[in-house]
Design a protein around this ligand. Structure first.
Ligand SMILES: Nc1ncnc2c1ncn2[C@@H]1O[C@H](COP(=O)(O)OP(=O)(O)OP(=O)(O)O)[C@@H](O)[C@H]1O
Length: 307
């Protein structure tokens, strides 16, 4: 079966700035792809290219095996986008917003009704149908904005930072909605800066940095490959000297724990060191290997380092 989206060596520059330097990635039908990367990495640019809103300078995008550039009108029908900036009609109600986008996206009257009945509960909007979009809270507006991306015949949904400004309840609803879509075989491309959402979404992560995909894999495999536990010692007054491998940061000494050893071993060595014993230790912290630590490892890699 063809990939839902196949990116082949995508390149894009703005003036002299090379943002995407050769992005190659396949996203399978029904998969949730979590696109991670620092601010300015090019995530939104890549989404615009995947949805045909922006032409790449080089490379090809294939949607279900067909070139997007050559079949743009046809293929764009199968793509639903909720961009980063919220775009709803403020003077229309929730129901009017959803229905009018359904019509704009080419659904018949009956199809609009069917989609509307499906989408409303997915995003928990049942109680707000007659409310004006302008009167919704920030998180509710975000949910409506994401729901609009579904009001069409889309088989692939792009959600660019859908949980920004959303409270815990709205965020959980959006995550549950994405899981629901994935269970129905819909492919979701999702960007976020909230790393904890990746595990909740059962997403496959693609880490975009320096214009290329530097790593892909499940949350577990990314943690296994790139995360290291760390030990941090905090001191009052002068930091003790002479602990090889420990980095100084304000009033802390921090070490990333290599695979061959354990936090306990490193801690024991440090605490028996005379310089540490003479210093005023105020706190000891062990940080587990998690996605955040993997993210930092990846972030520190240079442009030539691709696994
Ligand atoms: N239309 C444009 N003209 C010029 N530069 C642009 C344009 N669009 C994006 N850029 C630049 O391309 C780079 C990538 O931007 P993009 O918005 O894709 O990053 P991002 O990964 O989505 O960032 P964030 O996490 O902050 O949303 C940035 O340096 C941005 O300034």
């Amino acid at each position: 079966m063809s990939a839902a989206i196949q990116l082949i060596n995508i390149r894009k520059s703005f003036k002299k700035k090379q943002v995407l330097r050769g992005v190659t990635l396949a996203i399978q039908p029904g998969e949730v792809l979590g696109l991670l990367g620092p601010n300015g990495a090019g995530k939104s640019t890549l989404i615009k290219i995947m949805t045909g809103l922006l032409a790449p300078d080089g490379g090809d995008v294939k949607i279900f095996g067909r070139s997007l550039a050559k079949n743009k009108r046809l293929l764009r029908q199968s793509l639903g986008l909720a961009p980063q900036a919220i775009a709803v009609y403020p003077q229309l109600t929730v129901a009017q917003n959803l229905r009018s986008f359904g019509t704009i996206n080419g659904l018949s009257g009956r199809q609009v009704q069917t989609k509307y009945d499906q989408v409303l509960p997915i995003f928990g909007l049942q109680d707000m149908q007659t409310e004006k979009a302008a009167d919704l809270s920030g998180g509710q507006k975000r949910r409506l904005h994401s729901a609009i991306a579904l009001m069409g015949p889309a088989k692939i949904i792009f959600l660019d930072e859908p949980t920004v400004g959303a409270d815990v309840d709205s965020r959980n609803r959006i995550i549950a909605a994405v899981r629901h879509l994935s269970d129905q075989g819909i492919t979701v491309v999702y960007t976020t800066h909230y790393l904890a959402e990746m595990a909740a979404l059962h997403a496959r992560i693609a880490f975009l940095n320096h214009g290329v995909i530097q790593a892909t894999g499940s949350t577990e495999s990314i943690i296994r490959q790139y995360a290291h536990p760390a030990v941090t010692l905090s001191f009052k007054g002068r930091l003790p000297a002479g602990l090889p491998g420990w980095e100084k940061d304000a009033n802390h000494l921090r070490v990333s724990v290599p695979a061959a050893t354990s936090p306990a071993q490193l801690l024991q060595t440090a605490l028996t060191n005379p310089a540490v014993r003479d210093a005023q230790l105020t706190d000891v912290q062990i940080t587990q290997a998690d996605l955040e630590s993997a993210y930092h490892t990846l972030l520190e890699r240079d442009a030539t380092h691709v696994d």
